[in-house]
Design a protein around this ligand. Structure first.
Ligand code: ZN
Length: 427
């Protein structure tokens, strides 16, 4: 299959034509021509396909809220060509059998590469290590291990997990939350939580685990990845650890780059999330950390939930928000349109580095001849109001409902074939 992309702007720079053939970039130049299919990309920004380190696809177990197929559609529409599917499914993805099941479902859907994350501990129980080696050796080739939703709180167990994943060239992705400090927590701990009468989730509960884990990673000589960093103090700790040479990487979510704890004022549980939305000072520090590379990646923490688990009293609601379809728009809004990051840096934080952290071959590659044609074309000038009813996700818990955001994903290619064309999924 051959496709000629006419007039695209790689990383937002000068327009070129890009010829894609047999799954790879076959030529880049001016005035290329072909007898094959042509895609008019005049004015569109061309980036490597986005890679998400943190997606909840809910299958197996909660197919009423998302499936691998509906989540793959949402991911493709968001500009992604690969997503990591978190392990907190039912059953938990803690064996070779479950990760292979998720991997096969992704392969059958065929819209993005669905990369299963393996659980660190059996059943996310935090007591015994799962079969990390068997998951790494499976057809799913698991390299990212996480109990996300829960923290690997026991330091001895965390140390052993780091030792095992080091031997597997893998990484532990830690949900940093000291559980003894967040019992009953509902929102960011501060003046606002006190006034609203909601139990606080203090910044120190995240920072204490990050401080411990970067020291453990240094001691073991292993890689550590920190999920959804949410506080200014966490950014400082990671900056310090990197300056010491610790092999630590970190991600931030789109919602933590845009929204603050002020969203809790209306008690609309759409805005309940774990870790919680923080202060404007934290948002500024997260943007700064992403811009200077202290935070390596944007990861969605896409977390679909049923209406009955969100349209209820705040304290009874489940934490989590949709993210896949609006992630790039939020990053453009908060980082590009503000002058904090270039398009090349967007490619770095949303494709290159997450692919490297996940050890994904074929993703996050340079826009060069011979490289796999995993590509996204974005209209930077388009603006649209987010309508949750129009989303491809099976759930509707978008924190961006009614918000106008910039940038529209127009076309996406997975290994040289259009998974999204003119903003429409092709399967
Ligand atoms: Zn988490």
């Amino acid at each position: 299959m051959t496709i000629l992309i006419k007039g695209a702007r790689p990383y937002g720079e000068d327009a070129v034509d890009v010829l894609v053939s047999d799954g790879v970039i076959a030529a880049i130049g001016e005035d290329l021509s072909t007898t094959a299919e042509t895609v008019d990309a005049g004015g569109l920004v061309l980036l490597p396909g986005l890679v998400d380190l943190h997606t909840h696809l809910r299958e197996p177990g909660r197919e009423d809220t998302e499936t691998v197929l509906t989540g793959s559609r949402a991911a493709a529409l968001g500009g992604y060509t690969a997503v990591h599917a978190m392990a907190n499914t039912d059953p938990v993805a803690d064996t070779a059998g479950v990760v292979e099941q998720v991997w096969r479902l992704g392969s059958d859907a065929g819209l993005v590469d669905v990369v299963p994350v393996g659980a660190v501990t059996v059943g996310l129980g935090g007591e015994r290590l799962a079969e990390l080696g068997a998951m790494a050796d499976s057809a799913a080739r698991v390299r990212v291990f996480s109990d996300d939703g829960k923290c690997v709180a026991d330091p001895a167990l965390m140390r052993r997990a780091l030792e095992y994943t080091k031997a597997l060239d893998g990484v532990v992705a830690q949900h940093a939350e000291e559980p003894r400090l967040t019992v009953g927590a509902q929102m960011h701990e501060g003046e606002r939580s006190a006034r609203l009468g909601l139990t606080g989730w203090p910044a120190v509960a995240e920072e204490a685990i990050i401080a411990r884990d970067v020291l453990l990673a240094e001691h073991v000589g292993a890689r550590l990845h920190v999920c959804h960093v949410s506080t200014a103090g966490s950014v400082e700790l990671i900056r310090w650890a990197k300056s010491r040479g610790v092999q630590v990487t970190a991600e931030v979510t789109p919602h933590h780059l845009l929204l603050t704890d002020a969203q809790a004022e209306g008690y609309d549980a759409t805005f309940k999330v774990n870790p919680p939305l923080r202060t404007a000072e934290d948002v500024a520090a997260l943007r700064g950390g992403l811009a200077d590379g202290t935070i390596d990646a944007v990861a969605t923490d896409h977390a679909p939930h049923a209406a009955e688990d969100k349209e209820c009293e705040w304290s009874a609601a489940r934490p989590g928000m949709l993210g896949l379809e609006q992630a790039l728009s939020v990053v453009v809004d908060t980082m590009v349109d503000t002058g904090l990051m270039t398009w090349r840096e967007v490619a770095d934080r949303m494709s290159v580095r997450p692919a490297a952290i996940g050890r994904l071959a074929g993703h996050g590659r340079p826009l060069e001849v011979g490289e796999p044609a995993n590509l996204v074309l974005v209209d930077p000038g388009a603006r649209a109001v987010v309508d949750p009813v129009a989303l491809a996700s099976k759930s509707r818990n978008s924190p961006y409902a009614g918000r106008e955001l910039p940038a529209r994903v127009v076309h996406v290619l997975l290994r040289g074939e259009l998974s999204v064309r003119d903003g429409k999924v092709q399967k």
